[in-house]
Ligand binder design. Structure first.
Ligand code: ZN
Length: 276
């Protein structure tokens, strides 16, 4: 879920669909829109020599897409053994229950309401299905339940909607909170600086090959927007919709409802920090 299309100076992405790294393949869901970019990326993650695969974000409830994911795994000689969710937004999670039925596999997510089976998902968990190593990184901010998955062997991180392949993400107020989001971006930056992560495998848009650049761009963009919102308030724009019109004048109007959520999150952040 994006609140701005590609921005000047933003690092450009590469692979959109198909194999991205040695262990990760994207099956693009047929749900493109202004807010979902090219559609939802459904990731199949597997050790090259294993016959078991983990699927991240089955995507919308679209039987054709869900069967295409299973087919892509089968063509690679793999059986889906586990489904993970980066967060509960319907474009990522709506198809999860049906996918679990088709594959007879559990679904793990931070939000207990989205789980199928006994196991949850959260900070410190490591997914080891079929010998893979995928570390769960809590990244609240886009939503309260957002998670990223660090794939150290591929120097990659699956980011859901926390970092997108193009444009910027919505801080979906009131569930999403800006202070949490900035902390999460800093956590991702430390993965790129301290843990060698180079590739962003996002929930929408192309793969990014400069993970650190992408995260730095997001942090700078958020700081810019925050300063713009502060200025707009100082100039007498009070309501969130007025602030959107002032600050998001450069963004397509179809994204203004999403931008308004981000603005509400920014106004809350500025109030909490005594800045307005
Ligand atoms: Zn989302």
């Amino acid at each position: 879920m994006t609140d701005a299309a590609a921005l000047p100076g933003q690092p450009r992405g590469g692979v959109l669909s198909g194999r991205a790294t040695a262990r990760a393949v994207n099956v693009l869901a047929p749900n493109p829109s202004a807010m979902t970019l090219d559609g939802t990326n459904t990731w199949i993650v597997s050790e090259p020599d294993s016959d078991l695969a983990v699927v991240v974000d089955p995507g919308p409830l679209d039987d054709g897409h869900l069967r295409a994911v299973i087919g892509a795994a089968e063509r690679a000689g793999k059986r889906v053994a586990l489904t993970l969710l980066t967060h509960g937004h319907p474009d990522h999670a709506e198809g999860a229950a049906r996918f679990a039925e088709l594959t007879r596999t559990p679904v793990r997510a931070l939000d207990p309401a989205l789980r199928i089976g006994d196991e949850g998902l959260g900070a410190g968990d490591v997914i080891t299905t079929g010998g893979i190593e995928m570390r769960v990184v809590p990244t609240p901010g886009h939503t309260a339940d957002s998670l990223c998955f660090h794939l150290p062997s591929d120097q990659a991180v699956l980011t859901g909607d926390t970092v997108l392949g193009r444009g910027t993400t919505v801080v979906a107020h009131p569930d999403g909170r800006l202070g949490d989001y900035l902390d999460s971006l800093r956590r991702l930056r430390s993965l790129t600086v301290d843990d060698g992560v180079r590739f962003v495998l996002p929930g929408h848009g192309p793969v990014l090959e400069d993970a650190q650049g992408a995260v730095e761009f997001y942090l700078a963009h958020r700081a810019n927007r925050l300063a713009q919102v502060e200025t707009a308030v100082e100039n007498g724009h009070r309501g969130a919709s007025e602030v959107v019109a002032a600050v998001y004048a450069d963004v397509d109007r179809s994204l203004w409802p999403a931008a308004e959520l981000s603005v509400r999150a920014q106004l809350e952040y500025l109030r909490e920090h005594g800045l307005i």
